[in-house]
Design a binder for this molecule. Structure first.
Ligand code: ADP
Ligand code: MG
Length: 453
């Protein structure tokens, strides 16, 4: 049996014993690198996967191997990158961006869940203990104990991650259950177009068929009219009365969601309400350590991680973001960063991002170049508009760490490649154009001066 054949068979066995999510996460890009004298070497794409396989799957893999070739005595995991190193085109940040996009896109069609969100990679600390425990109770008592489960907390604190982990876990444990994850915004849009097309029957049937319904960012529906809210209420009621499990998330507690009908609010409050607080220093450090362990190159030193944990206090997404920008910068410089360099990045990333909105940046730049703000969103190629638009995109990326897809979307739903192009264009122009440099300096000064006030 060749290495490929052997591994294909082993994977076939393993696939039956682990969840789809875990299978995809841990066994993608693994292969038998070598077999000799009773020892099998399994190649893994990263150190993180290697450790995980050693810890969790070694026994099973060995068992299946022995069934096929009894002479196998031991198994070894080794980090081997299969792909040939690629030419770097635009910049490291672009590659990081693409990777992120890929992970976001990998979504299960049936449930709309992203398998990367699991309990395995969800860190529990005092800040989210309650919500974590509630989530486990829900899984074990579907539809009967806490219904609905209402999770709330500030942005980037893990609401989406946790809800999706619940969905993924139920999917693994009880494959007969029909689960569906959707953002409240999309849910409302779907509903509105169903009403418009006289298809509310189809809409209701679809949602009634789910055993577990996960609705993310429900605060969003406060921006919807009362007839939409009414339909939403009825849909929930139907599900609720049929003992289907409903899980909501929101950035605030039900009582603080304005403009919603009282009966909808009391429906939200009728089950279990659990909040996620902000993680303390120790927890932030633990989160960073675990996220850093997933990285293949330029893992920051503990001194650096401690510094990030101490200075980035707001949320987990920002912790991850800071870690990623430090590693991205390391890759560009091809060496680990010193503490002062790290500090500089953190100051640049953190401070302005908290209080300045993208709208604000765009307005400022429009004013500076004396073009009407709305022109920046239009699809015109006029020079006097193109330049400020590119500068706005550049700043949103450089100073505010916006992702390229996000920036593209902000500017009238443009493609992310447009944002990448704008960013690199300005980056290059800055090298040779002193006037542009001066202009940016002034814009930044104005933006950050205001921010201090
Ligand atoms: P929210 O929905 O509350 O805005 P997310 O669930 O999108 O936040 O989380 C933001 C990022 O932080 C995600 O990449 C997520 O995987 C990560 N994250 C959040 N909470 C945790 C946690 N407890 N353990 C590990 N990663 C987390
Ligand atoms: Mg979310």
């Amino acid at each position: 049996m060749t290495n490929e054949e052997l591994w294909r068979e082993i994977l076939g066995e393993l696939e039956l014993t682990v969840s789809k999510a875990n299978f995809a996460t841990w066994f993608q890009n693994t292969f038998v690198a070598d077999q000799s004298e009773g020892k099998i070497t399994v190649g893994t794409p990263s150190a993180f996967v290697k450790e995980w396989l050693e810890d969790k799957y070694q026994k099973n893999i060995l068992k299946f191997l022995r069934l096929r070739s009894p002479e196998v005595r031991s198994i070894e995991f080794k980090v081997v990158s299969k792909e040939a190193p690629q030419e770097k085109k635009v910049s490291e940040t672009k590659n990081a961006e693409e990777q992120m996009d890929f992970r976001e896109i990998y979504i299960d069609r049936e449930t709309n869940l992203n398998p990367r969100y699991t309990f395995d990679n969800f860190i529990v600390g005092t800040f989210n203990e309650l919500v974590h425990a509630s989530a486990l109770s829900v899984i074990n008592n579907l539809g009967v104990l806490y219904n609905p489960l209402f999770i709330y907390g500030g942005v980037g604190l893990g609401k989406t991650h946790l809800m999706q982990a619940i969905g993924n876990k139920i999917k693994t444990d009880r494959p007969e259950k029909k689960i569906f994850y959707i953002s409240a915004e999309r849910f409302a849009n779907e509903l509105v177009s169903a009403i418009r097309n006289n298809e509310t029957g189809i809409f209701k049937d679809k949602y009634r068929s789910y055993d577990v319904m996960i609705l993310d960012d429900i605060q969003f529906i406060s921006s919807r009219g009362s007839s939409t809210q009414e339909e939403i209420f009825h849909t929930f009621n139907t599900l609720y009365q049929a003992n289907k499990q409903i899980i909501f998330s929101s950035d605030r507690p039900p009582k603080s969601i304005s403009n919603i009908e009282d009966r909808l609010r009391s429906r939200f409050e009728g089950g279990m309400i659990a909040d996620i607080a902000e993680p303390d220093y120790e927890t932030r450090l633990a989160i960073l350590q675990s996220k850093a362990a997933e990285k293949q190159e330029y893992r920051p030193s503990s001194e650096v991680l401690e510094h990030i944990a101490a200075s980035v206090q707001s949320n987990i997404r920002e912790l991850e973001g800071s870690l990623n920008s430090i590693i991205a910068r390391s890759k560009i410089k091809k060496r680990p960063l010193s503490l002062p360099e790290v500090k500089e990045i953190l100051i640049k990333n953190e401070k302005p991002r908290k209080t300045l909105s993208s709208q604000h940046i765009i307005r400022k730049i429009a004013q500076f170049y004396e073009v009407p703000e709305k022109n920046l969103f239009e699809k015109t190629r006029r020079k006097e508009v193109v330049k400020p638009r590119q500068i706005a995109m550049y700043l949103m990326r450089e100073d505010f760490n916006g992702s390229f897809p996000y920036i593209g979307k902000k500017f009238g739903g443009r493609d992310h490649t447009t944002a990448i192009h704008a960013y690199t264009k300005i980056l290059n122009d800055l090298k040779k154009d002193d006037r542009l440099k001066e202009e940016l300096k002034t814009i930044r000064a104005q933006l950050y001066e205001e921010e201090k006030q």
